[in-house]
Write a protein that binds this ligand. Structure first.
Ligand code: NAD
Length: 477
């Protein structure tokens, strides 16, 4: 199996044209273990010539790869599915869950022969038939964030490649090791040289891909300001682009959600799972009317009981955030909330191990909707509580958000659930579900400031995104 040898603090390699090679970059940065702060490896910031070489390799590989019959391309994904096994970073059970969700996309990609089926109408005129086919675009560039280092690259390249495209992946410079492993396994599954290429870096690498004439389409997932930049720049360069961005997700808890266990577990997992570093993380809780007292009392107790520590230890309830800067930013957001008048219901700032970048669950109560903690993405284990009198007011508050990724309601009332799911401005809606994460055969459907583009990631949207439609009209007499 072609291995990249990534252990022991070494500089990570690039994958260009089927070969692992050391970058000539003079700039590299440490990749840290966020649980201890120790250095795991170094990530090189690839040079412009290396980015160009990666796109060039993908371009040269495209004509032959598109000719490989689609069932054979799907076979690569069947073999790949058996190989993707590695976990990285977060609390071990969540890491296993992440890899499982990624593998579901590989499964979906293995169904490409069916997904590529077109439409046919015979006899559109006398002696004339017409049909559609889906053809690959060429070279696709994928740019991914740190928080799902396995799943998000797997949203992209298995589908793009199974559809007949070639791919250049630029993973987060904070979690590049998982991407190296994903690429090693794809080579081992038999994908030809140049079909998947891997480059490392930050803004310059991204900009080089966005402006490169050899790239036909760009899939991006990351923060809102960068998503806007990627969308504008790639679109201006004439590329097809989908840019999945940040979020501020709301959880509405109705009094009839009692006996509370389901809502409590779901809100805990949504707000504090992955240490809040999830684009579907619930970060504003809206208890309605009489729900507030009984629900918050139980929630505070559960949040205080979640122990921060080693992500590989089964007893750990919450792992670290990704970097010291993230921790500082999260603590600043809490401080700002307190200055603006919030009440500290649970203080997670000090109940943490000394080394590593930990923040324990923190709950800010009596939040005003205009405060920054109610509006801005914090991307950490901080839950803001806004008490509201009615479900209508809850929906109105959710809809004030500039984001529109996910929103959930906890209730036994069909009427309230119906009202919520038909009125709320969010692309992923949970009814008695705290993390409304679509399965691979549905689109990951952010709205408003959570998504820039037309066709979403995964599901049939992704198949349409990674292909062009051709309409054929035939006359044979
Ligand atoms: P980020 O925007 O900092 O980085 C994402 C990618 O962009 C990385 O590969 C990074 O190297 C690159 N990048 C960073 N700054 C750049 C710049 N100025 N110009 C060009 N490229 C740049 O995001 P992150 O911190 O890695 O990830 C967390 C963010 O991603 C959160 O906002 C989260 O909500 C969002 N996210 C969204 C979804 C979704 O489906 N909507 C999923 C996961 C994460």
């Amino acid at each position: 199996m072609p291995e990249a040898r990534t252990s022991g603090g070494q500089v990570l390699p690039l994958l260009i044209d089927g070969r692992w090679r050391a970058s000539a970059a003079d700039h590299s940065e440490p990749v840290y273990d966020p649980a201890s702060g120790s250095e795991l490896a170094r990530v090189p910031f690839a040079t412009a010539a290396e980015i160009d070489a990666a796109v060039g390799a993908a371009r040269r590989a495209f004509p032959a790869w598109r000719e490989v019959p689609v069932p054979d391309r799907a076979q690569v994904m069947f073999r790949y599915k058996r190989m993707v096994s590695r976990e990285n970073g977060k609390v071990i059970a969540e890491a296993r869950g992440e890899v499982r969700r990624g593998i579901e996309v590989v499964d979906f990609a293995a169904g490409m022969p069916t997904l590529l089926m077109g439409e046919t109408v015979e006899g559109i005129a006398r002696g004339i038939d017409s049909h559609t086919v889906r053809v690959p675009l060429g070279v696709v560039a994928g740019i991914t964030p740190f928080n799902f280092p396995a799943m998000i690259p797997l949203w992209m390249f298995p589908l793009a490649i199974a559809a007949g495209n070639t791919f250049v992946l630029k993973p987060s410079d904070r979690t590049p090791m998982t991407a190296v492993r994903l690429a090693e396994l794809l080579l081992a599954a038999g994908v030809p040289a140049g079909v998947l290429n891997l480059v490392h870096g930050g803004r310059e690498a991204v900009d080089a891909l966005l402006g490169h004439p050899g790239v036909q389409a760009v899939s991006f997932v990351g923060s809102e300001p960068v998503a806007r930049h990627v969308y504008a720049r790639a679109a201006a360069a004439g590329k097809r682009v989908q840019a999945l961005a940040g979020a501020k997700n709301h959880l509405v808890i109705l009094p009839d959600a009692a006996d509370w266990d389901l809502a409590l577990q779901a809100v805990m997992a949504s707000a504090f799972g992955s240490a809040g570093q999830r684009c579907l993380a619930g970060s504003v809780a809206l208890p309605v009317g009489a729900a507030a007292e009984p629900f918050l009392e139980r929630l505070a107790r559960a949040a205080e009981g979640l122990v921060a520590g080693d992500p590989l230890d089964d007893a750990t309830g919450i792992g670290p955030v990704i970097r010291q800067e993230s921790k500082d930013r999260i603590l600043d957001a809490v401080e700002r909330g307190l200055k603006e008048g919030a009440t500290l219901l649970v203080d997670g700032r000090r109940r943490v191990p000394e080394s590593g970048y930990f923040v324990a669950p923190t709950i800010l109560d009596r939040i005003d909707p205009d405060m920054a903690v109610a509006r801005e993405e914090i991307f950490g284990p901080v839950l803001a509580v806004i008490r509201v009198p009615t479900v209508e007011e809850a929906v109105a508050l959710v809809n004030r958000s500039k984001y529109g990724n996910a929103a959930s309601i906890f209730t036994r009332s069909g009427r309230d659930a119906w009202y919520f799911r038909t009125r709320v401005e969010a692309g992923m809606v949970g009814v008695n579900v705290g993390v409304a994460a679509p399965m691979a055969f549905f689109p990951f459907a952010g709205w408003k400031g959570s998504f820039f583009g037309d066709l979403h990631a995964t599901g049939k949207d992704a198949v349409r995104f990674y292909t062009e439609t051709r309409v054929v009209i035939e006359r044979w007499e």
